[in-house]
Structures are given as C-alpha cells and as structure tokens.
Design a protein around this ligand. Structure first.
Ligand code: C2O
Length: 550
C-alpha cells in the first residue's frame, strides 16, 4: 500500500465551447479536472486549496470512507465549506474497493465544472476477473452551459423560475463536432485493430441520464459503481448522474473513424434531441478526413431499452467477490418522492418548486451535521425523519391533487449500528421525465427489487433478487415506479442521501442518516474519526459554526 498525494487548486479560468467563452471554476487549470489514481489498499491525501470567491468542498463519490466521514465532503453535511484562501486535506484509505469512481464539488451547482474521475486499480498482482484489456481510457460525460451555472442555479432556486437546461453534453469536457465551433473540441481515442480496451465511463452530468454508444461496436459491461458485475454485451449502456460503468470494447471492425455518443434519456416526449455529445473512436492510421460513422442511438424516450438494460445488471457474486446481501431486515423504511410548489415571497412569481421525501423538503443546516453529531451541538437537526409517508395513497395513480403539501425541516433518520436496512423509494404521480438517481454516501447498497406502479408489500418482496442483485452507490428510481435497496449500517457517521439530479437536490430531495457507533465505543464520539485524521497539516481551522453560503 502506498500514500498518494494530490494538490487541487480550485481556480477560475477561461474556457470556451460552442462559440462561447466564459470564466468558470475548475481544478488545476483543467476541465475536466485531474484523475485520481490509486490502488486498492492505498491511502490518498488530497490537499484542496480554494482560490475562488465561492465556498468549496469536494466529495469523493462512491468512496466508502469507513469511519472517516470528515473526508466525505458534502458541504454542511460532513464539513464546513472551504472558504476562499483556505485549504482542507481529504485523507482516506481505499479499502475493499476497486474500479471507477469520481469526485465533484459538493456545494451549490459548482460540480457542473468541478469534477473528475477516480481510478482504483486492483491491489498489486490481482488481475481483473475479466480478460485483461490492452489499454484503458477514462471517459467522463458531462454538461456544458453557455451561461454561468451559478446564475442558472439561482434562477431555479432563489428566483423560483424554471432553470435553463444545459446547451450540450460533453465527453471529457468536449461536445464534439455536431456543435458549432466544436471541431477542435472533439475528444478522440486512438485504437488499434485487434486490441481490447477498458472504458471507465462516469456520468458527471447535473441533470441528465445518458445513453452511451460506440457505432458498430459491442460493449461488454464488467463493472458498475466500482463493483464487478456478471459480464453482458450490449449496444448501448444507460448511466444516471452519479453512476459509473466500466465496459470492454474490442477494436474488431473495419478500421475507420466511429462516433462515440452520449445522448440524454427522457422517458416522456421531448421536443428535440439537440444535446448529444460525440467523440471519435479512431483506428490508428485512418486520416481525420474520413467521416465518422454515426451510431444508431436508442431514441431519447426508449423506456423499454432502459428497463431491460437495468434488468441485466447483476453482481459478479463469485467466491472472491461475493455479494453479501442482507437476508434479514432490522429496519424497514419507505420514502416517497414528491414534487410540489410552495409559496416563496422573494421569488419572481411568488412560488417556487419544491421536492420532498415523505413530504419533507430538506432544509440545509448552517452547521455541518457531522460536526453537530460529533460535538453534540443541539438545534442543528432532529432525528425524527419518518420511516414511512404520513398518509399512504395511490402513489402512481391518483391525480396530482392527491399529493400532500410538503413540509420543511432538517430531519434525519437515526440507524442502529450494524443493523440491516431496507429502503423502498417510491416515485409518485408527479410529472417527471426520467428516473431519480438516488445516491447514498458512505455505503454501497444492493438493489434487490424495482418495478413500475405502486410498491406492493404483499407481492413484491417475494420477487426480490437476494442472490446477485447489483451493488452500487447510486440507483435510478424509475418514473412512476419504485426501487428497493438493502444495506448493513456498519459505517458510523452522518451520511447524505439524495437525488443526484442537481435541480431536485436544490429543491429539497434529500435527507441524511445518522448511523450510531457500535457497542463498546465511547458514546458516538469515538471511531467516527480521530482528531488527527480530521485536520491534517495544521492548515485547517477547527470545525465551527460556518457562515451562510454567499
Ligand atoms: Cu455525487 Cu452527494 O454526491
């Protein structure tokens, strides 16, 4: 095991795409930001220095951070944000995980431009459980706004207006030649006939689920969210914001130039698809004048493809990589996803959108929750988040008026150490055009079941997959449907749980779990982290009540 050190300088730089130049927040002058490389078992230290006017924090999405919540990163959840001119060291061990994950800003909408990949190689001498690729490539899918994303966020949140959608999708920061002024902003991956490549694909988009495809080439899925899967072949993959997927692809076609493409998936009619990003799968020696072959993408509303794709995902569940699915459940939770409109005196039209779990729109605290938990600071949050919605109703069938009014609060659910939890997340009848990708910090979970319509306690649990369900950290709850997840709460701390569509997160579609510490430890105070691991290098201030976001 090695110690890997990184320095992240958060700066403003000029970036142009789509004939628009703008100054935006990026890391080390690069967009997307640098890839973090480590091996399973390594210790990683990233010193993040904030040189911009915004408060900052970085989340290591999918890293389990066992008993190490102070390094998780979501602002006001596990830490005070890093103020302008300050630094913070994220210090963590990469234990029991290998694969592709990613990192992103976890404050405001800054993750639109502040993101990058995390590659965890298997420990030295451990092969992949699939054919060894000749080479690997990281492909980070993202979104580009011509406007300043903080203005867009403000429009959607503070002003209560429908926010602008992005202007293009990107592959490694580049929209590709279907967009104006984008010839030179096209990512190309050079391949050699007969070789096999491992693609590490990350969906860093703010608000869009994506199909990804390479014209004429078959993809073999081998890993999702840094967990090995039973390999299967497909023409396209579907990937929600927050998720990662590793695929093998063989350069076995007539040498040429082929498009790789990322197109949004919307399972409701969408006017036009004008955001598809493309990059080039470029066989060595083929001149750039040869026109790429266009892929045959699934339609933007190909729900059938989406559902059947998700059904193919299975944990590898081999002797070396077993799927330890909890078979008994200590605690049953049932959360409904709702969307509503609340009064907002300061908004342009006097109202704004809200989103809720069990009719509660989460209110961000001004003191980090983990800090309040650790130091017993009262009045920051309550632990009375309900285990089920106040009034059950026909979630997916009733008219819109049947939805309950949302209430507001910083309400968390307290979970006993090492207990097993089943959480059913139920969408409601509100109009959404894509699934809600729910992300749990500090854990992977097993997706034991999913379905369309209302969850049926009498029938659905009997159909659960408790053998080899996909294990992941972000799962799409289908539009008008439900998803059941299970996990063992063996990682004490305060862990954020939210929709990874930034628009919905901002509207309140989030909560957190307080997982208590085990018996024999001193209250909940020990074991979560040590004073030393909290603040390395003496550069950071002691945790304290943070000021409001600017
Ligand atoms: Cu990738 Cu809390 O997020």
């Amino acid at each position: 095991a090695a110690l890997k050190k990184y320095q992240f300088d958060i700066q403003v730089a000029n970036v142009s795409r789509l004939c628009h130049a703008k100054s935006m927040v990026i890391v080390n002058g690069r967009f997307p930001g640098p890839t973090i490389y480590a091996r399973e078992g390594d210790r990683v230290q990233i010193n993040v220095t904030n040189h911009v006017q915004y408060n900052m924090s970085i989340h290591w999405h999918g890293l389990k951070q066992y008993r190490n919540g102070w390094a998780d990163g979501p602002a006001y959840i596990t830490q005070c944000p890093i103020k302008t001119g300050n630094s913070y060291v994220y210090d963590f061990n990469v234990t029991g995980q290998r694969g592709t994950l990613w990192w992103h800003a976890h404050i405001l909408w800054l993750r639109a431009t502040v993101y990058g990949a995390v590659v965890i190689l298997p420990s030295q001498g451990t092969p992949f459980p699939f054919p060894q690729p000749d080479r690997e490539e990281v492909l980070v899918l993202g979104e580009w706004w011509n406007a300043d994303v903080e203005l867009v966020e403000n429009q959607g949140n503070a002003l209560g207006l429908p926010p602008n959608m992005s202007d293009a999708h990107t592959i490694n920061g580049k929209p590709g030649p279907l967009f104006p002024c984008s010839e030179k902003y096209t990512f190309a991956m050079e391949v050699e006939k007969g070789k096999t490549y491992l693609l590490r694909i990350v969906n860093a988009a703010l608000n869009d689920e994506l199909f990804f495809i390479i014209a004429n080439h078959t993809l073999t899925v081998v890993e999702i969210d840094a967990v090995y899967t039973k390999p299967f072949s497909t023409d396209a993959i579907l990937i929600a914001p927050g998720q990662t997927t590793n695929v093998l692809v063989s350069a076995n076609q007539i040498p040429g130039r082929y498009f790789m493409a990322a197109r949004p998936f919307m399972d409701a009619p969408v006017p036009v698809d004008n955001k598809t990003a493309t990059a080039i799968f470029q066989y060595k020696g083929i001149p750039e004048s040869v026109l790429p072959k266009l892929p045959n993408l699934p339609a933007p509303n190909d729900t059938e493809f989406a559902l059947s794709y998700d059904k193919k995902l299975r944990s590898l569940n081999s002797p070396k990589y077993p799927a330890n699915v909890p078979l008994n459940v200590d605690r049953n939770l049932f959360y409904t996803i709702g969307l509503g409109i609340n009064a907002c005196p300061t908004c342009v039209n006097g109202t704004r959108f809200t989103a809720s779990l069990n009719n509660i729109s989460f209110v961000m605290p001004h003191t980090a929750l983990l800090q309040a938990h650790y130091f017993d600071i009262k009045g920051v949050y309550t632990t009375d988040f309900p285990d089920k919605p106040p009034t059950p109703f026909n979630y997916t069938g009733a008219p819109l008026t049947a939805n309950l009014r949302t209430t507001q609060g910083t309400r968390l659910s307290k979970i006993a150490f090492s207990s097993t939890v089943e959480l059913v997340i139920q969408d409601t009848n509100l109009l959404t055009v894509e699934s809600h990708p729910f992300h749990l910090h500090g854990y992977n979970f097993f997706v034991v079941g999913t379905g369309i319509g209302n969850f049926d306690l009498k029938k659905d649990p009997a159909k659960y997959n408790l053998i080899d369900p996909p294990e992941r950290n972000t799962v799409g709850v289908p539009t008008g449907g439900w998803t059941a997840i299970r996990f063992r709460a063996d990682n004490p701390g305060v862990w954020f749980f939210h929709c990874h569509l930034e628009l919905h997160t901002g509207w309140g579609l989030k909560t957190a779990f307080v997982v208590e510490d085990g018996p024999g430890s001193d209250h909940h105070k020990t074991g979560i982290c040590t004073a030393k691991s909290r603040f390395l290098g003496g550069k950071q201030p002691e945790p304290r009540v943070s000021r409001k976001q600017p």
